[in-house]
Design a protein around this ligand. Structure first.
Ligand SMILES: CC(C)(COP(=O)(O)OP(=O)(O)OC[C@H]1O[C@@H](n2cnc3c(N)ncnc32)[C@H](O)[C@@H]1OP(=O)(O)O)[C@@H](O)C(=O)NCCC(=O)NCCS
Length: 224
């Protein structure tokens, strides 16, 4: 390009500023029968999936930030530590950690909803594992476990009759293709502007200032 035609790119929003993305398409996707799940090719090395036996607000929000910041997961930025605890410690919610090559490669979060619906709230790889052949297998294994609600997790909640999730054009470009490849179908679609907080900043203060000694009463509050 001739030098005279060069113009600086438009300035993006500054650090911490909310940006209105003019057009975001959001889809609800569903699978109505476990037989519709299409397996993915196996990754080159072993990948394991472990149910978090001790649901942890700290681990979940760290994974939410690590996996989700590059794809604008910001809906939970307003959550306090207490909100995270209240969310992850429910018996109907399960958090799964994926490991590969001795490293946390991703995670997913499933919820057994009333009437047999099972929602995949979150699923994704940590950035070092994106684009290396793990994504299809992660979603396959996530969906298998979603269908096993009532047995493997949320025991007693009854069987799943529908597995569903939400995704959008802000998610990774492979996300939608991956869900279709695994057998999901679009159930609903909406398009519109969306105000997105700055995903580079995860504003999650600790419940207490660790530099300040706590009184015994405060310790009790933490435990209760
Ligand atoms: C979404 C995510 C799991 C996909 O993983 P990935 O490593 O990027 O994708 P992969 O290369 O493993 O591809 C996954 C599948 O989609 C297919 N795919 C990807 N891009 C495709 C395209 N443009 N057209 C057709 N198929 C495509 C791949 O062939 C593969 O299918 P297969 O397993 O049957 O071979 C990953 O990008 C991620 O976690 N991103 C951050 C979080 C996120 O966006 N999560 C989704 C939120 S809803």
């Amino acid at each position: 390009m001739p030098e005279g035609d060069w113009a600086p790119p438009p300035a993006g929003p500054g650090p911490g500023e909310v940006m209105e993305v003019p057009s975001v398409t959001e889809w609800a996707m569903e699978m109505l029968d476990v037989a519709d799940l299409r397996p993915s090719p196996l990754p080159g090395v072993e990948m394991t999936f472990t149910l978090a036996g001790v649901p942890s607000a700290d681990v979940s929000r760290a994974l939410y930030a690590a996996v989700g910041a590059p794809v604008c997961w910001t809906d939970r930025f307003t959550w306090t530590h207490g909100d995270w605890r209240a969310w992850v410690e429910r018996p109907e919610l399960s958090t799964w950690i994926a490991m590969a090559e001795g490293t946390i490669a991703g995670f997913f979060e499933l919820e057994a909803q009333p009437g047999g619906d099972t929602e995949i709230h979150l699923v994704g790889l940590t950035p070092a594992f994106v684009g290396r052949g793990y994504g299809g297998y992660l979603v396959e294994q996530c969906v298998r476990r979603a269908w096993q609600r009532g047995e493997l997790w949320a025991t007693g909640s009854g069987p799943a009759t529908r597995v569903w999730l939400r995704t959008s054009t802000l998610d990774h470009p492979s996300a939608m293709a991956n869900y279709r490849r695994r057998g999901f179908k679009v159930a609903a679609e909406t398009t519109g502007p969306k105000r997105v907080p700055d995903p580079r900043l995860a504003p999650w203060p600790l419940p207490h200032d660790p530099r300040v000694a706590r009184r015994p009463a405060e310790e009790e509050e933490l435990i209760s």
